[in-house]
Design a protein around this ligand. Structure first.
Ligand code: SAM
Length: 340
């Protein structure tokens, strides 16, 4: 896997390299099941602001990079389900023993927090986000709070048994600051766990479609992200070294592949790929609109042309593309002083 989190260069998997087994060439019927993308006009029940027909919440420069409307919430839910298939339903990989306090940063629609609360009924799961898009009916041990994780944390020090982040790459501007605060607020012996996607999709060598527009989309999205002050790339090396710099020890890393489309041979990955394809077809516009038009100066028409090409490629069963997914977890040493 490409590991340099600072470059917007595509991954290259050499022929014969580590790939996902594709299903036979003509098995493309599942594509017809993918819901066609519809531009739904959502009714706003929450304060927000609109641009290009999408709702965003207010943030530092005016609007946040990504929308928080119902269409985006659907994308988050589908993406969550696709990752759970890839993770074989694992909620946390860190070896937790009877956790009491869990923090989920950037919880989105809160699905991870709800699953974690069910798996660890003795724990209180505090889940935060910039946007109030979490459901009302949740297990009694889940608490949602509006909080900006890039500001100074007000939680108790040495408090959490687990601090968790999922798919926050591209959202956090200063990972070193975030990890330093996470270290302070993790209980000695407790864990931090990151479950992240690297937003440079891989076209693997079995692909009959070069996925040129998809690769262009990833590269341009990455460039626009940099203009917005975030890095859409991540890697085990980047996360591990940043966690160690903050004081965490015993970093363990796992690598996964999340297919986009139903081309994988293994049913679990095929199902994950179908969900991920649906999330991309439904969600790529929301992911791109602000980054391309506001930060990178593309016209709406230019963007729509690129997105149409990307959608066509992703729907092609001959396009064998996947997202690299990494899980990294690490421990705060027992007896460690919290303040640096
Ligand atoms: C890509 S979504 C991931 C949501 C969820 N973790 C998941 O995997 O489904 C990123 C979420 O992080 C939130 N977010 C972004 N920056 C944040 C910050 N500084 N503090 C708290 N939440 C943040 C966004 O509002 C959004 O809901």
């Amino acid at each position: 896997m490409e590991t340099n989190a600072n470059e917007n260069t595509p991954h290259v998997v050499p022929p014969g390299g580590d790939t996902v087994d594709p299903i036979s060439d003509d098995a493309d019927s599942a594509y017809s099941d993918v819901a066609s993308e519809t531009e739904s006009v959502t009714s706003s029940i929450l304060a927000g602001r609109y641009e290009n027909g999408r709702r965003y919440h207010a943030y530092q420069d005016g609007l946040y990079m990504f929308p928080d409307d119902e269409q985006e919430q659907d994308r988050l839910d589908i993406k969550y389900a696709s990752l759970q298939l890839v993770f074989n339903d694992t909620v946390a990989f860190a070896p937790l023993k009877d956790p009491h306090q869990i923090l989920d940063i950037g919880t989105g629609t809160g699905l991870w927090a709800i699953d974690a609360a069910e798996q660890f009924p003795s724990a209180t799961v505090t889940a935060t986000d910039l946007s109030p898009i979490q459901p009302n009916w949740v297990p009694p041990n889940v608490k949602f709070e509006i909080d900006d994780a890039e500001q100074t944390w007000t939680w108790k020090e040495d408090f959490f048994d687990l601090i968790h982040l999922r798919t926050m790459t591209g959202c956090i501007r200063d990972w070193d600051k975030l990890f330093a605060q996470a270290y302070q607020h993790t209980k000695p012996g407790g864990f931090i766990e990151l479950q992240e996607m690297d937003y440079m999709g891989v076209i693997q060598p079995t692909s009959r479609n070069p996925g040129t527009s998809f690769v262009t989309w990833c590269v341009e999205q990455g460039r626009a992200g940099k203009k917005a002050g975030v890095n859409l790339r991540t890697s085990i090396e980047f996360m591990t070294s940043s966690l160690e710099k903050a004081g965490f020890v015993d970093c363990k890393a796992l690598e996964f592949k999340l297919p986009v489309g139903t081309w994988a041979k293994e049913k679990r990955l095929r199902d994950a790929g179908l969900l991920q394809l649906s999330a991309m077809l439904e969600g790529i516009e929301g992911l791109s609109l602000r980054l391309y038009t506001y930060y990178a100066g593309w016209s709406l028409d230019e963007l729509k042309v690129l997105l149409a090409k990307v959608r066509t490629e992703l729907r092609d069963p001959g396009c064998h593309t996947y997202w690299p997914v990494i899980v990294v977890y690490a421990r705060k040493p027992e007896g460690a002083p919290s303040s640096s």
